[in-house]
Design a protein around this ligand. Structure first.
Ligand code: ADP
Ligand code: MG
Length: 681
């Protein structure tokens, strides 16, 4: 990639301003697209001007004077023989007053407004025009820019970059739909559209030139993802043979039958584990669909073939819960399982490290503790990452590297209850295989969702008093305060005190992110044992916690939370036989967006539907931003608008990779630059 700073012809000051715009390379410069355009191709007679339109006139100054009412203004009267036009400058330099002398002819471009004396333009673009100066033949691009970088300078260097850059086609015509515009033509058109072009089509990015670029960008993304996908097929994976006996023993010990949805994904995972190259599978299943059992079965398969397994979860609470559940299962199978936790003493940890490195531990469970330097596996064959969206790309990579060998790359199973909408899994996650658990285990009672205005909090308190007397338990989630962790903690403490006063007859507990691991553990233990009836919590319980007797979830300031977060929280209840309720407390006034979002959670129980609505409301940038660090965002393509083009790119990618590997490489470089490396999971 040619860096701009390597070109001596660009002034240093320009380079540093471009950097402020995030432009560092030649290709980033040509991909800096106009926001809109000005039509300087025509000169309109003043008598033909229409109110509200942006137009260019050429006229002679008749009078220029500074007036002081209502405030200091330079008022200039111009005429082109057909009529008169006023321009108004609120901030002006003495030099401008001097320049705008009666008798001089100017070219003025601005929006026509109704003024006190007739048509006027406020702060138009003013340029001296000798009668013979040629009128532009193309529309003038207006770029997003930064202080100190004029449109003129920016446009000049973009044009320079267009002349420098390689705009050639990387693939033969048959790789494109017939009639598609060329890359060079599209780029030139977008930066310098002919005057005859449909501006609306161009500005809404529906013009064929934009279609071509969207296709190119999505193709680059597909090529990068698919190349990664295929190169994984050349890696060596642990040799895992299915062992029906061990799994059968495990299944026989379970108090329930697997659902069809679970069986289906287990088959898919089995298929992957039997292959010679490493699995990279994302297991999606709604909250409560039973992903833990599925993960355990995958683990058993690896263990039966003599490998160790690592299971990483994002919170201590969740890791502990997994450990308790799985360790009990393992014990009856004669297998060993260790847990790494922040609450353990140095000595305990040391023992566990040794247990892992000697290969005695079949399964190691933990949070980020698993990727600490001291942890080293003897024979790591499978890594499982629960709630994968809570981890960064690098952390997942580090876990895989714990295999410490050049002989194989461990299989990887990622799990999430935050579904990735189809358009995203087709694009950003095209290098993954995806399994979905359809449906929930039988016997779940549907959760009733209620939207309640904060003003009616007292009624909620009364309801809770009643149901807790009858034996059920409640989660009470404190508002999310993103700006400040300290404030978040303060709110949690206040809520705890207030609810302790509200419920003199109940035991109220508090759990938040700042508690020590051992303290958290104690509180959760008491909640499991129903020694605590109302658990006040920050969003630390968001993921995975499983307490079947808890059947009411209250979420304060629900309007501040993300949709998937609300859905996850809601999924903490409805796990037992009680009728469950999720109460979303909100504070008025609600913005339109907040209202729309709450409605989505209220009306939908399907996590996929919610994720799709969330994506629609927020767009992929924000949707992914909070979940997945390091993914290069699309510059041109819009997954919704360009869905047909996305399908096309998807269909073409493998064949192009096979037939034109070098072109593919150039395409990826052109569009993704060096960011492509980050896309690999
Ligand atoms: P999640 O997919 O949200 O991680 P879990 O794995 O925690 O869900 O499972 C939720 C609960 O459902 C657990 O108590 C688990 O034991 C139970 N469960 C899992 N599979 C089944 C099944 N097939 N039938 C009945 N209960 C099940
Ligand atoms: Mg889970």
């Amino acid at each position: 990639m040619s860096k701009l700073s390597d070109y001596s012809e660009i002034p240093k000051a320009v380079v540093s301003r471009l950097q402020k715009l995030g432009i560092n390379s030649l290709s980033q410069l040509i991909f800096h697209f106009p926001l809109r355009y000005l039509d300087e191709t025509k000169i309109i007679r003043i008598s033909d001007l229409r109110l509200g339109e942006t137009a260019q006139v050429q006229a002679e100054v008749k009078l220029a004077e500074v007036i002081y009412k209502p405030r200091r203004t330079l008022l200039v009267k111009l005429s082109d023989g057909s009529g008169e036009l006023y321009i108004r400058l609120l901030n002006f330099y003495p030099s401008q007053l001097q320049q705008l002398q009666a008798g001089t002819v100017f070219r003025i471009l601005g929006e026509v407004r109704a003024g006190f004396f007739g048509y006027e333009m406020v702060h138009p673009q003013i340029r001296k025009a000798s009668e013979t100066a040629p009128v532009k033949t193309t529309l003038t691009p207006i770029y997003p820019t930064t202080a100190g970088l004029s449109q003129y300078t920016l446009a000049k260097w973009i044009d320079w970059a267009l002349a420098q850059a390689d705009l050639s086609e990387f693939f033969p015509a048959n790789c494109y739909p017939t009639g598609m515009m060329s890359f060079a033509e599209s780029m030139r058109l977008i930066h310098h559209p002919a005057q005859s072009i449909d501006l609306h089509q161009l500005e809404s990015r529906q013009h064929p030139a934009w279609q071509r670029l969207a296709y190119d960008e999505l193709l680059a993304q597909q090529l990068s993802m698919r190349r990664h996908y295929l190169s994984r097929h050349r890696l060596r994976a642990p040799n895992i043979q299915s062992d029906g006996a061990l799994i059968r023993r495990f299944l026989d010990g379970l108090p329930f039958q697997l659902t069809d949805g679970q069986n289906k994904v287990i088959q898919e995972i089995h298929g992957d584990l039997n292959k010679a190259f490493p699995m990279n599978r994302l297991l999606q299943g709604d909250v409560g669909s039973g992903k833990t059992v599925v993960a355990t079965i995958a683990a058993l398969q690896a263990i039966a073939s003599g490998y160790q397994v690592a299971l990483m979860a994002p919170t201590e609470i969740l890791a502990e819960q997994h450990f308790k559940k799985i360790a009990a299962w393992f014990e009856s199978l004669g297998l060993s399982c260790v847990w790494l936790s922040g609450s353990q003493t140095k000595k305990q940890k040391q023992q566990h490290y040794e247990f892992i490195s000697s290969g005695q531990a079949h399964l190691a469970i933990g949070t980020h503790a698993l990727i600490q330097q001291q942890v080293s596996f003897a024979k790591l064959g499978l890594v499982i990452v629960d709630e994968q969206h809570r981890f960064g790309v690098e952390q997942r990579l580090m876990l895989k590297q714990k295999a410490n060998t050049d002989e194989w790359i461990p299989h990887q199973l990622m799990m999430t209850a935050t579904p990735i909408p189809r358009t995203l899994s087709m694009s950003y996650f095209a290098d993954l295989d995806v399994s979905v658990i359809d449906g929930l285990p039988p016997g779940r009672t549907p959760i009733q969702t209620k939207l309640v205005n904060e003003e009616r909090r007292d009624e909620v308190v009364q309801l809770i008093e009643k149901v807790c007397q009858a034996g059920t338990q409640v989660y009470w989630v404190c508002p999310l305060i993103e700006e400040s962790e300290a404030l978040q903690l303060k709110t949690a403490l206040e809520t705890f005190e207030r609810l302790s006063a509200d419920f003199p007859n109940l035991k109220v507990g508090l759990v938040h992110g700042k508690l020590k691991a051992a303290e958290k553990q104690q509180v959760m233990q008491a909640f499991y044992a129903n020694e605590i009836q109302v658990l006040v919590s920050t969003t630390v319980i968001e993921v995975g916690v499983d307490v079947p007797n808890a059947s009411i979830m209250v979420i304060e300031h629900a309007e501040r939370m993300g949709l998937s977060q609300l859905h996850q929280l809601r999924g903490r209840v409805g796990r037992g036989s009680h009728k469950s309720t999720c109460i979303l407390l909100f504070q008025t006034p609600l913005s339109q967006m907040a209202r729309a979002r709450l409605r989505v959670v209220y009306e939908n129980t399907d996590g996929f539907k919610i994720a799709e609505e969330d994506l629609r409301l927020r767009g992929p940038g924000e949707f992914l931003g909070t979940r997945q660090s390091g993914l290069p965002m699309l510059k041109v393509a819009d997954l919704e608008r360009d869905k047909p083009v996305l399908r096309l790119a998807q269909q073409q990618a493998d064949q192009i990779l096979r037939q034109h590997p070098q072109g593919a490489q150039r395409q990826i470089l052109r569009w993704l630059g060096t960011l492509q490396d980050l896309a690999t999971v």
